[in-house]
Design a protein around this ligand. Sequence first.
Ligand code: IFM
Length: 461
Amino acid sequence: MTDLNLSELKKKFPTNFAWGVATSAFQIEGAGKSDGKGLSIWDKFCEQPGVIADGSDGMNACDHYNRWEQDIQMIADLGVNTYRLSVSWPRVQPDGQGAWNDKGMDFYERLIDRLLEKNISPSVTLNHWDLPDSLQQIGGWANRDTVHRFVDYARNVASKLSDRVYSFTTHNEPWVISHLGHESGIFAPGIKHRGIATQVSHHLLLSHGLALQAIRADQCNAKLGIVLNLAPMHPASPSPADLKKTKIEDGRLLRWYLDPLLKGHYPEDVLDFLGTDAPQMHSGDLLNIQQPLDFLGVNYYSRSVVTAEGTWDVAKGGLPLTDMNWEIYPQGLTELLTRIHKDYKVPPIYITENGAAFKDEAVKGLVHDKQRVDYLKDHITAVASAIDQGVPVAGYMVWSLMDNFEWASGYEKRFGIVHVNFETQARTLKDSAKWYQQFLKLPKLDTDHATAPKIDLPQES
Ligand code: IFM
């Protein structure tokens, strides 16, 4: 990868590029039962022994529900112009249908108003996995009725916030909800059934399309889109079996979502592979799914290496790994972006998540996370390279603002550029946060003569 100095790198991006940080409600808010909030499927899932690595839950998380003012100041101090957050459905509508919880909604109203005061554009995700548990009791995403409950909820939130919000994302990573939540069952609600999983993915897509139509019918000015977790798939070997499996895995992760969203059909090879596990559809569903997208959000962390047997030992790749055991593979982001630009008529793309977990420790008020600084720099460079090749990338958001509840890994994996001490709730800017802050301060220089400012990371005293 070309090693640009930071000023040169910054110059590659337009001045109106969205630079941000991202979080989600369940992972940071805590206040799991406060002010009338209902329980989500993740609250219930965490109650089961053995499903969360450290036996924790999201009841307190980063206590952001109570510390939001301090946290927004911290976001503003980073110098970002965008903040991606999610609304917790059970906080604003405890049962997922019927009564609305004004106290919960007030929280997001205050948050958004404060962001605007700080000149930060809010980008709001409506479903970052925390489905109200009451809806799970009647089938959750496997029940077609949940589609309509989501549309009502989405329309209601949009009617309250769309005068102040830059964009709404319907769903974050439907593959994760479908696959990890309903096929492997390692995420909430913990179901292990391929047929249910594919039905869930269809309902998520349908609810996305219907929500876009409902929100647009209300004359909403905010941009509307969806966020997918995508990765290039590489066969572990050129054997026909590995190649065949790679094509199917690529179909299930990427084409299963992008084909219906942007081309109006599911991929034939994946439908064949699913056989009787393919979803039940009603006529008109595909038309409803294929609604114009104002943007596509892409979450990128690593590539996937595929073997016919479904087992791949990352050590074999010889690449550096994050604390999640994910390969660090920045060139995969350029590969992915240029590929989707070539294969689909993509709208503006936002990198809505990118980041890495490492074993960070705060020592005397400092956190030296050079690996994360390198990770971010190399991935931002990979985005610049995609832009150079004509891909319409409009924004980049670091996952995550701060260490938080990393789902089945609990609090053991730290993705933040801000360190959180979960006992005291103290926040400490890691070196990566300071690096990002300085990078964001760099002007988009107009001449080639400027010399890059040297970035001195603080040393331990
Ligand atoms: O923490 C998650 C986030 O909620 C969704 N995308 C991946 C992140 C890291 O695993």
